[in-house]
Design a protein. Structure first.
Length: 205
């Protein structure tokens, strides 16, 4: 919990002083008045300034970034985080050298880190926050790979008449397959199994 004690001629002045020190808007702080201002004798002698304590209300996205920076520091890797607003929520684009260790096999490490960072962010959020983590455009490249795979496997199902069961995938990756083939005239898709071994099945309509 981050707090600061500030003074000013009025309570408003004291609060403004504290906000200026932190560089945050008023809605980011809780204000506790410690001492009311008083004019003193003859308006001069023994005059007291207002004293307030400001408590910084954590910001969900800032806390998420701090969490990631701690992880990267522990792993001893240099990573820059760029924030971008998307239709799905907020995307954190990770840039740096040797990011393969953060992506992992088929993005499993990146997915795990994304899961954790969303837990951290939503601990501080008033309403649900969704953060997508990406590194070296992995998400886009993986999406293209899955869409190409979907087309190839759909052609195989049409040719052989036999359904195809894919390897276990995350919910996001299964969604890519379902979306790509949802309007296919000859095949349909559905999921079966329990997490984390839930798989997409491609079958004839």
């Amino acid at each position: 919990m981050k707090t600061i004690v500030v003074t000013g001629k009025t309570i408003e002045d004291a609060v403004k002083s504290g906000l200026a020190q932190w560089g945050v808007p008023e809605q980011r702080v809780k204000v506790k008045v410690l001492e009311q201002p008083s004019k003193g004798l003859f308006g001069l002698i023994g005059a007291k300034e207002a004293k307030v304590e400001l408590e910084l209300i954590p910001d969900a996205l800032e806390e998420a970034v701090k969490f990631l920076e701690d992880v990267f520091r522990t792993m001893d890797i240099q990573v820059n985080i760029d924030r971008e607003q998307t239709d799905d929520g907020v995307q954190f684009n990770l840039n740096g050298k040797e990011l393969g260790i953060l992506i992992g096999r088929r993005g499993q490490t990146l997915d795990s880190l994304q899961y954790l960072v969303n837990i951290v962010a939503n601990r501080y959020a008033d309403s649900h926050v969704r953060i997508v983590l990406d590194a070296e455009n992995f998400r886009k490249r993986r999406r293209q790979t899955l869409e190409e795979l979907s087309n190839r496997l759909a052609m195989r199902v049409v040719r052989t008449g036999k359904e195809v069961v894919l390897e276990p995938m995350s919910p996001q990756e299964r969604k890519v397959i379902h979306s790509k083939l949802q309007n296919h005239p000859e095949v349909k898709t559905f999921s079966k199994g329990e997490e984390p071994n839930r798989r997409v099945v491609i079958a004839l309509r």
